[in-house]
Write a protein that binds this ligand. Structure first.
Ligand code: FAD
Ligand code: UDP
Length: 377
């Protein structure tokens, strides 16, 4: 960055998802850095990548991605690269032969039990069925302490066992705490201030982010193929942290999914963007893209998510023993002056897209401070 050297990159960024792409954009635009970003997949965008399928319908190959955030900074930052289409996601859970709103709300309880409670009465209902839990530690505690055992069994226990291959009692509270409980009729999946989809899709947004002349993109490339032959000053790594260190402390569990995509010759397949199946079938949920993207088309495409123990790493698994193991990798990572670890896989955090963007922007500020300190020396 200080002197132009055409034979050397300032940064090698591993992974072209949110973490890698935000940093590539910031480093190139703000610091004039020369950046090489590599991804082993044949496309940019990481798990948020979208594309048109054979029927011409915009799909998310790695499962439904709905953007939501309370951070004005994150929303404003991404707005530099895309326009938005307002979208509020709605989810139904298939329980006891009915499709009921999830997060559990007033209507869920009334429809499930054939009641006619008011908001005030449903609050009393929850209090009457809630189980006393001394300290809320696990994903079971979170739910039974709020809505009791029956709703827990019907909406959470089966889904969680399927999704994670673990009982909710074996997972940190943070997992099921992602899903609130409501006493009103609000049936939106998220309650964030900003809820919108990139108007022309995620991939177009990533293309805009990476369109800076200082950014070179190399796809179909595992960084290990080029790390010893392309000179660079600093690496930013957004892949799984255990793989980076050759699994020296053992494998960190990442939960995987198999995605089964289908196109149907009808306008709509289901009533809302996502239907969850907590108790039946091998899949957890079916999502229908046209609701999410707003696309109009006479056919419709959906994706089924089948949880898997093996396969591409999609979810860190939040539980105490994994946090312990991650700590060992984290200590190694922190000691590496030459590499910065960022993103959902590299920092082993169950982050949404906006949290990854926020983490990457914070990381950029640290890298900038380091850059400025070096320049002023
Ligand atoms: P990734 O997107 O995983 O990017 C990492 C990249 O690194 C990958 O492209 C990978 O190919 C590459 N890589 C790894 N190792 C190497 C290597 N050795 N060499 C080269 N490249 C490598 N978030 C939301 O906010 N809303 C949602 O609705 C939502 N839905 C989701 C649904 C599913 C099914 C999943 C799995 C996640 C969902 N998320 C959602 C989370 C979201 O996908 C992540 O927060 C975000 O994409 C993480 O970005 P990242 O850059 O950290 O990682
Ligand atoms: N969950 C559940 N039943 C549901 C929805 C969610 O048990 O109908 C639990 C499950 O453990 C899931 C977690 O809550 O993994 C978080 O749900 P979310 O929809 O946020 O998962 P993601 O979209 O990240 O896969």
């Amino acid at each position: 960055m200080t002197e132009f050297n055409p034979t050397r990159f300032d940064y090698l960024i591993v992974g072209a998802g949110f973490a890698g792409s935000v940093l590539a954009e910031r480093l190139a635009s703000e610091l004039g850095a020369r950046v090489l970003i590599v991804d082993k997949r044949p496309h940019i965008g990481g798990n948020a990548y979208d594309r048109y399928d054979d029927a011409g319908i915009l799909i998310h190959p790695y499962g439904p991605h709905i953007f939501h955030t309370n951070s004005k900074d994150v929303f404003d930052y991404l707005s530099n690269f895309t326009e938005w289409r307002p979208y509020q996601h709605r989810v139904l859970a298939s329980v006891d032969g009915q499709e009921l709103p999830i997060p559990i709300n007033l209507d869920t309880v009334n429809k499930l039990y054939g009641l006619n409670l008011t908001s005030f009465q449903v609050e009393e209902f929850f209090e009457s069925v809630a189980e006393k839990v001394e300290q809320v530690r696990t994903s079971e505690d979170v739910v039974v302490s709020k809505v009791g055992r029956d709703l827990y069994n019907k909406f959470f226990r089966g889904y969680t066992r399927k999704q994670w291959g673990l009982d909710p009692s074996e997972l940190d509270a943070s997992v099921t705490a992602r899903v609130p409980t409501r006493t009103n009729r609000d049936d939106r999946y998220f309650a964030d201030t900003y809820q919108a989809m990139p108007l022309h899709g995620y991939t177009r947004m990533f293309e805009q982010m990476l369109s800076h002349p200082n950014i070179k993109v190399m796809l179909n490339t595992d960084y290990r193929e080029i790390v010893d032959i392309i000179p660079f000053d600093h690496m930013i790594y957004t892949g799984p942290v255990d793989a980076f260190f050759d699994f020296k402390y053992g494998k960190l569990p990442y939960r995987s999914l198999e995605f089964v995509h289908e196109t149907h010759a009808r306008e709509h397949f289901q009533p809302v963007g996502t239907v969850n199946y907590p108790n039946d079938y091998g899949y957890t949920r079916i999502s229908e893209f046209k609701y999410i993207t707003g696309q109009e088309h006479k056919h419709t495409s959906v994706v089924y998510e089948y949880p898997r123990a093996e396969g591409d790493p999609y979810y860190p698994v939040p539980r105490p023993e994994n946090a312990e193991l991650y700590k060992q990798y984290e200590a190694e990572a922190k000691a590496r002056e030459d590499v910065t670890f960022v993103g959902r896989l590299a920092t082993y955090r169950y982050y949404n897209m906006d949290q990854v963007v926020a983490q990457a922007l914070t990381t950029f500020n640290k890298l900038r401070a380091r850059h400025e300190a070096r320049v002023s020396q």
